[in-house]
Design a protein around this ligand. Structure first.
Ligand code: OOG
Ligand code: MG
Length: 261
């Protein structure tokens, strides 16, 4: 695939997002699309957002839990990029009007205090994380009916990311047993999803380790100051106007968002 083609596909997904339309998955027309080309499309899409003044504030891991891999029918973790324009304030309002077919899922977010690159151990990842937070990700696929079936498709589409919410208050990692933290997501006061931290790659910090590996394969690293979403421990819930969604993570606290039309 030529560089012009990478840019054309990135521009196409970008306008679909801005115009709240949806398109057929890319692999229908480009069955040979590789994961590497897909990440190049993702990067080109992010470059378009940067050109409009958005700033990258972190990265998201996706498909790090068995629940999510089964829901989406895919088998390995992927990453995407988070910009400042994608952040919704804790206890803020998320307007559905700008979305195509949004869903929400519970996440653990890490704040990275010093740069991480290449092959890092769980201990090194822990030492680099300054705080952990309860968080949620609002997903939206730019593909028709939220269907894509292949890793290159979802990767090219910034791994279905749309928005994210991080709890106003976080906690340092010391003394936290991240793999046994209970995670509960409620919609309008009703418990919809529950899991424990170990559902995320066996240990939520392993997600940071995996992210560093994936970044290194692309000659990139994780800068200090990044927010990392570790990937949902449970499947996502469809968002409806009027919903109030809260995720509580034992030991970390809670994060909430209200949904308006
Ligand atoms: C892909 C993104 C998955 C997660 O946390 O596992 C993800 C999707 O569900 O379309 O963000
Ligand atoms: Mg997610």
């Amino acid at each position: 695939m030529r560089p012009e083609q990478i840019n054309t596909l990135a521009r196409q997904l970008d306008s679909v997002r801005l115009e709240k339309r949806s398109v057929e998955r890319l692999t229908l027309e480009h069955p040979a699309l590789s994961l590497e080309q897909a990440y190049a499309i993702q990067e080109a899409g992010i470059a378009l957002r940067h050109a409009r003044g958005e700033r990258t504030v972190g990265l998201k891991m996706g498909l790090t839990s068995e629940a999510k891999r089964q829901q989406m029918g895919l088998d390995s973790p992927v990453f995407g990029e988070l910009t400042d324009a994608m952040q919704v304030k804790d206890r803020g309002v998320f307007r559905l009007g700008g979305s195509i077919h949004p869903k929400i899922e519970p996440e653990i977010a890490f704040e990275i205090g010093r740069p991480l690159s290449g092959k890092v151990s769980l201990e090194e990842a822990a030492a680099a994380c300054t705080r952990a937070f309860a968080a949620m990700e609002i997903l939206d696929s730019r593909y028709r009916d939220f269907k894509y079936f292949s890793l290159p498709d979802v990767v090219a589409d910034n791994s279905s990311s749309s928005h994210f919410v991080v709890a106003a208050e976080g906690r340092p990692l010391q003394g936290l047993s991240l793999e046994s933290l209970p995670i509960v997501m409620e919609v309008n006061g009703e418990t919809k999803q529950t899991a424990v931290g170990s559902a995320i790659s066996g240990h939520p910090l392993r997600s940071v380790v995996q992210l560093c590996e994936l970044l290194a394969q692309r000659g990139r690293s994780l800068p200090a100051g990044s927010i990392v979403l570790a990937g949902a421990a449970t499947v996502a819930e469809v968002l409806k106007p009027g919903d109030r969604v809260r995720t509580t993570i034992g030991g970390l606290g809670s994060v909430e968002v209200s949904v308006s039309a």
